[in-house]
Design a protein around this ligand. Structure first.
Ligand SMILES: Cc1cc2nc3c(=O)[nH]c(=O)nc-3n(C[C@H](O)[C@H](O)[C@H](O)COP(=O)(O)OP(=O)(O)OC[C@H]3O[C@@H](n4cnc5c(N)ncnc54)[C@H](O)[C@@H]3O)c2cc1C
Ligand code: SF4
Ligand code: SF4
Length: 941
């Protein structure tokens, strides 16, 4: 059975110590999946709110004999973040970030992502040392526990080197702050056996020359196999040894409740270049010279990588023109603190390149676009290989390191092995200066022949890497994947030391068993994940978890990854005839998966294979729409002028009613027709707005498309965005007209997001015809004053194959056409800005910044900005979704206490007003006020 029944006594015991525990099929199966190719289904998912609750979970684990595994970002690739015991979500409630000493140090909770921490540090010119490519989603807990690294941090700036101190919760329940001056004494007092045991182990290791030699050799390169035994050689005091053993221990020794890092400077002056070599040996031979020349990153791309990269539509001309035979490339980058330092490096570069065997002259560029294009080649490899893998296969990202002088031979052998085992498109790329390379395999785990091939290949890899004096895991952690091979890498003595460490700290072995140390010789091929072919929108998903932090429903129901994996689980349950499970999953998915998805597509902005999970949800909504809704909304689309007016009037009536009556009316409607049909009215919603009126003008330079949300929801103050936009245009003497039937037009988003295909098609026909007429067949641009409607209109016109009509957002239009012609006004002191998901999709960041800076002296975007999930009417249908999505940024917005609050989409403004109690307006309203004739006069006086 896929889902064993829940042990109710166990659940009761967990609930006694932890307030949030999930045991539904959806909770357990959604959490079963991480970025690795392993799949273990937990019995329950606990989300502790404090270190004390974690200590309580340890006690329950011992009392009940049930294993615990911590899960944070779930981006680990080696199987260390999954369990069939209790999974402990350590991301949800541990996201604090405190910048210390002007950015020189930072103290964070384990659930904060690397990106969130670096965002806070950036304004101090600092960042974390560890720089994993997964920074958008991986968290401090995972980075510490995997000792993660990346392109430039090497072994000098990883967690082992840059962690200043940590608060640890040991399996015994002892809480230890290693940053306290008396921490060593405290450890001796609280855990005497552990203290003495660590001293004994330290002396045992140090007194064995063979052990010391092995440690020195293996930790001279990046190495995350087994426990960090270098702790015994590098540190004397037990508390320091313990802290450094926990680094890279993959959640098998302790809970990291807080971590304080020493940070490193951001090096803003950069120059990047692609060096092309006729063959791999020429590239690897160049490494010593390039390292000596001070390049911060040196990334290898083998011949297969170059061939794959050539398929990328964004490939450089230089790469496209290359006829790849045995070629290889190194992507090199200087990163310096000052322009002078960079200039000095650039001056020396030609001499360095002159000594290399290149196929063509090399250039270094500081141009942002050129650099982005070059990095895209390297970073896009994963996307290209994983995204184009055959459906039904799992993408594996391998990670090894060898001494740099062995890199060539290792890569050459690897390439031969790919041929021998028939792995196609297995690109080899990685951090060449550290001898750390990655390669990709697409494999299926559902047939014996593929399994046999994978096992044989793994054995061959182990032979190859260990034969070269390398490590089987350089930065991704041992996990389940390499645990059976730790003994082979370290030998019997050091392997025994590792077991002794585990026995000392976690004597009952209940913390993440099977991970890092595993006596089962086939532990690495148990509990493997299969990837069923389910639905076109999401079959490419590699379950990496990059999309999770940006999703507005992540804290209330599901993340995009979870929405996808539950569809896979449902297909699996249906295929295996487990109808009870399938029925339960379908029922739970209706709210968790479908109703609480904002279909805002933020997930796509983070996804390496560009999946928009909202597309899946939209289709599911369409499939589940009942004929009455379809017909009703189709009729509405035909009479949109009347319907949008009626909507506005209804808001006015509700606004005028005693609050209690309007609440009762909506409650009755929701009870009768369902919460996904009838919106929840709430007091802060404004009365309706005014009807849109056509404007005719002979000499118009643009066609103005005011959103119908301005009719339904009245403005803040007297003038809405429409009045402000027209006023700004008039002052700048920019003439605009509207479509002659503007009151009956809509961008179609309400139909599209609900999956109401018939009404959408009807509206699409009307809007397309009207805009072709108004723009004189695309001669004029269409300017829309609500960002989600701008996006909706673009999609509508593209799907109507009338791409001749160009749609731009009013913010972009005002930035380009109006702002340069406006006299300077008196800026308001400050504004808190809420960019929208659509403004991100539309790439409006720069224009929005310029408009905001023209309106206010200080512009604040909350650090925890994210999509508000109001999503047209979703915030009214499910207010709890918006409340959850906005909680963190709302607190920061209120704290900012600025003179104005602004966004660029009416419904998002309503969502943020509700969340903060501050009136949000459109940023063009703020600009119109600050640049008004009166304010201009005020600025002169
Ligand atoms: C596409 C892709 C690219 C990647 N690139 C890199 C890269 O460039 N460099 C690199 O080093 N890694 C990389 N990784 C691997 C992975 O992202 C990192 O190892 C990351 O640091 C894991 O963090 P996480 O928050 O996802 O942790 P999780 O996967 O949730 O957990 C990792 C381990 O830490 C334990 N753990 C988590 N939180 C705690 C805690 N608070 N206390 C104790 N134990 C805890 C878990 O039990 C688990 O064993 C990549 C992964 C992917 C999918
Ligand atoms: S569309 Fe939005 S709410 Fe839906 S899964 Fe993607 S990010 Fe989450
Ligand atoms: S949807 Fe994309 S980002 Fe999210 S888990 Fe799948 S592949 Fe990763």
């Amino acid at each position: 059975m896929r889902l064993p029944p829940v042990d109710t006594d166990l659940v009761a015991a967990i609930e006694a110590v932890c307030a949030s525990v999930g045991t539904r099929a959806t909770d357990r199966l959604a959490a079963a999946h991480d970025a690795s190719h392993y799949l273990l289904t937990p019995q329950a998912v606990a989300a502790p709110a404090s270190a004390a609750e974690v200590a309580g979970l340890f006690a329950t684990s011992h009392a009940r004999g049930v294993p615990l595994t911590f899960r944070s970002g779930g981006t680990s690739l080696s199987g260390q973040a999954g369990t069939s015991g209790v999974l402990v979500d350590t991301r949800r409630n541990f996201r604090s970030i405190v910048v210390l000493d002007n950015g020189a140090r930072v103290r964070t909770g384990p659930g904060a992502t690397v990106r969130a921490v670096n965002t806070r540090l950036a304004r101090h010119g600092r960042k974390l040392g560890p720089d994993p490519a997964s920074e958008i989603a991986c968290t401090i807990g995972g980075v510490v526990s995997n000792n993660s690294s990346g392109m430039s941090c090497g072994t000098h700036a990883n967690t082992y080197r840059t962690l200043e101190s940590a608060i640890l919760v040991l399996p015994s329940g002892t809480v230890l702050d290693t940053g306290r001056p008396d921490a060593d004494d405290q450890l001796r007092t609280l855990e005497p056996a552990l203290y003495d045991g660590l001293l004994l182990l330290r002396d045992r290791v140090r007194s064995n020359p063979q052990s010391v030699a092995t440690i020195r050799s293996l930790y001279s390169i990046k190495n995350t196999m087994g426990y960090g035994l270098n702790s015994f050689v590098d540190h004397d005091r037990p508390v320091e040894i313990l802290e450094h053993l926990v680094i890279g221990s993959e959640g098998t020794l302790a809970f990291v409740a807080e971590a304080t890092f020493n940070t490193v400077p951001v090096l803003p002056y950069v120059a990047t270049g692609l060096l092309l070599f006729p063959e791999l040996s020429a590239a690897t031979s160049a490494l010593p010279a390039l390292v000596a020349a001070g390049f911060a990153t040196i990334e290898l791309l083998d011949a297969t990588s170059l061939r794959v990269a050539q398929r990328d539509p964004d490939a450089t001309d230089q790469l496209r023109a290359l006829r790849v035979v045995d070629h290889a490339a190194l992507l090199v980058e200087y990163q310096e603190e000052t322009p002078d330092a960079l200039a000095a490096r650039l001056a020396d570069a030609p001499a360095v390149f002159g000594g290399l065997t290149l196929t063509e002259p090399a250039h270094l560029s500081s141009d942002a676009r050129r650099r982005a294009q070059l990095w895209h080649l390297r970073k896009g490899l994963y996307t290209l290989v994983a995204g184009n893998r055959p459906s039904g296969t799992t993408a594996l990202l391998e990670d090894i390191a060898v001494p740099v002088e062995r890199l060539y031979e290792t890569c050459r052998e690897l390439t031969l092995m790919f041929d021998k085992y028939r792995y196609e498109d297995s690109v080899i790329f990685g951090h060449a200066k550290d001898g750390n390379i990655h390669f990709m395999l697409n494999e299926r785990f559902d047939d014996p022949e593929s399994m046999a091939r994978y096992e044989a290949f793994t054995e061959a890899i182990v032979e190859l890497v260990l034969g070269q004096g390398g490590t089987l895991k350089a930065e991704h952690g041992t996990g389940r994947m390499m645990a059976p091979f730790v003994r082979r890498q370290y030998g019997d003595e050091l392997y025994a030391v590792m077991h002794e460490i585990k026995r000392l700290i976690d004597p009952s072995g209940l913390l993440n068993p099977g991970v890092l140390l595993n006596e089962e010789p086939d532990g690495h091929v148990r509990n493997l994940k299969t990837a069923p072919t389910v639905e076109a929108e999401v079959d490419r998903c590699v379950e990496c978890g990059y999309c999770e932090p940006v999703c507005p429903s992540k804290d209330i129901t599901l993340t995009p990854r979870q929405r996808i994996v539950l569809r896979r689980e449902l297909a699996d349950a249906e295929a295996s005839g487990d109808e009870d499970l399938a029925a339960q999953l379908r029922m739970e998915y209706s709210y968790d998966g479908v109703q609480t998805c904002a279909v805002d597509g933020m997930c796509q902005t983070a996804c390496p294979v560009l999946i928009n999970t909202g597309d899946l949800v939209r289709r599911l909504r369409a499939e589940n729409q009942n004929p009455v809704m379809q017909a009703g909304w189709k009729t509405a689309s035909k009479h949109w002028r009347g319907v949008s007016n009626a909507g506005g009037m209804a808001m006015t009536v509700a606004d005028a009613m005693p609050p209690f009556l309007s609440q009762v009316a909506t409650a009755v409607g929701r009870a009768l027709l369902g919460p996904d049909v009838v919106p929840q009215y709430s007091e802060e919603l404004p009365p309706g707005g005014t009807q849109r009126r056509p404007i005719a003008a002979e000499n118009a330079v643009a066609v103005y498309f005011s959103s119908c949300t301005n009719t339904m929801f009245g403005p803040v103050g007297n003038d809405g965005v429409s009045a402000s936009f027209l006023e700004l245009c008039e002052r700048a003497e920019v003439v605009v007209a509207t479509p002659d039937d503007i009151p009956s037009l809509c961008c179609g988003t309400p139909w599209k997001s609900k999956g109401l295909t018939e009404g959408y098609d009807a509206m699409k026909g009307r809007v397309t015809a009207s805009l072709l007429r108004a723009t004189r067949d695309g001669e004029l641009p269409v300017v829309c004053d609500a960002s989600s409607c701008t996006e909706g209109l673009r999609i509508l016109l593209e799907s109507a194959q009338k791409s001749g009509v160009r749609v731009i957002d009013a913010v972009e239009f005002v930035d380009a056409e109006v702002l340069p012609r406006l006299p300077a006004g008196k800026k308001i002191p400050s504004v808190t800005l809420h960019p929208t998901c659509s403004s991100v999709h539309l790439g409006l960041e720069d224009a929005l910044r310029r408009i905001s800076e023209a309106a206010a002296q200080e512009v604040i975007v909350p650090d925890d900005w994210g999509c508000c999930a109001f999503a047209g009417d979703r915030g009214m249908l499910h207010p709890e979704l918006t409340a959850s999505a906005t909680a963190r940024q709302a607190a920061q917005a209120v704290d900012a206490d600025t003179a104005a609050y602004a966004s660029l989409n009416r419904t998002c403004e309503l969502g943020m007003t509700r969340a903060t109690g501050r009136e949000y307006e459109h940023i063009l309203q703020t600009l119109a006020r600050s640049s008004s004739a009166e304010s201009a006069r005020a600025s002169l006086s």
